[in-house]
Write a protein that binds this ligand. Structure first.
Ligand SMILES: Nc1ncnc2c1ncn2[C@@H]1O[C@H](COP(=O)(O)OP(=O)(O)OP(=O)(O)O)[C@@H](O)[C@H]1O
Ligand SMILES: [Mg+2]
Length: 267
């Protein structure tokens, strides 16, 4: 079943010579050039403070761009927009609304008629597997379920881009794996563009078509920039124990941490 297929070229992102300088003169990121294709799953990894969140927030339109520009399709980003949905590590749900009310919030605000709001809620609640929990409140759900609601809530706005900043960072390993697989399925099914920031190299190699490796960052006194873009040429579902998978993992780890001992490509 193809749900809500989106237009060709929708969700294409062009980051052109982008920099972010703060008032105190430090650059969080500088000279970032990146083309993200429509329907691509792009992961961003790099050490703490290298500017991953800053870059994501600039694409989201939450953070001003001090150099260069970012185009989504052909429109320069000048603020948040319904074409870009954002999912953070903390689920950011409205605690006083039920699961279905949380998901309905965006479409309602956008002025959709009631029947269409219901249609969107039904579709996305089903897609994330929470039909039975429609009437529950966020505090009645596990962390993994709350993050699924957060994802459904973003998808109900039918964005062409979903921006995710360490969305699974707070979850236990098993729940994290389940959500990774669910996200991978949803992303392919909807043909949506995903930009996914993570600390986990394994997660990036497991999910992404390409992995952007960022380096330095204001934390080390240098502006964050792109060190390498690695294309992951593995068919899905990916075998995390395969030699090829671990070669990618090790290569990226070495780029971030420097040379590691054989087999010690930790994150
Ligand atoms: N308001 C600010 N003023 C000055 N510097 C800032 C400001 N906000 C962030 N920075 C700096 O910009 C750099 C990039 O921050 P950012 O949050 O994008 O890093 P990150 O790669 O997401 O790190 P982490 O992996 O820890 O989340 C950091 O060194 C940070 O100290
Ligand atoms: Mg961050």
């Amino acid at each position: 079943m193809r749900i809500g297929a989106i237009q060709r070229h929708a969700g294409m992102i062009d980051v052109q010579g982008v920099g972010k300088q703060y008032g105190n003169g430090t650059y969080a990121v500088k000279d970032v050039n990146l083309h993200i294709d429509s329907g691509e799953f792009l992961a961003i990894v790099g050490p703490s403070g290298c500017g991953k969140s800053t870059l994501l927030r600039m694409i989201a339109g939450f953070e001003s761009i001090t150099e260069g520009q970012i185009l989504v399709e052909t429109r320069p980003v000048s603020g948040p927009g319904p074409d870009r949905g954002v999912v953070f590590q903390d689920y950011g749900l409205f605690p006083w609304l039920t699961v279905e009310e949380n998901i309905a919030y965006g479409p309602k605000e956008a002025g959709y008629p009631r029947s269409q709001v219901k249609e969107l809620v039904d579709k996305y609640i089903d897609l994330v597997g929470l039909k039975l929990f429609a009437k529950k409140f966020p505090h009645e759900l596990s962390g993994g379920m709350q993050q699924r609601v957060a994802i459904a809530r973003v998808l109900a706005n039918t964005p062409s881009v979903m921006l995710m900043d360490e969305p699974f960072g707070a979850l236990d390993a098993l729940t994290r794996e389940q959500l990774q697989n669910q996200l991978s399925y949803i992303q392919k099914d909807l043909g949506i563009t995903v930009v996914f920031v993570t600390h986990s190299i394994e997660e990036a190699v497991y999910l992404a078509d390409r992995v952007v490796v960022m380096g330095d960052g204001a934390a080390s006194g240098v502006a964050g920039n792109i060190k390498k873009i690695e294309t992951i040429s593995l068919d899905g579902p990916r075998d995390t124990t395969s030699v090829e998978f671990n070669r990618y993992r090790r290569d990226i780890s070495e780029l971030i941490h420097g040379k590691t001992a054989k087999g010690a490509a930790s994150e």
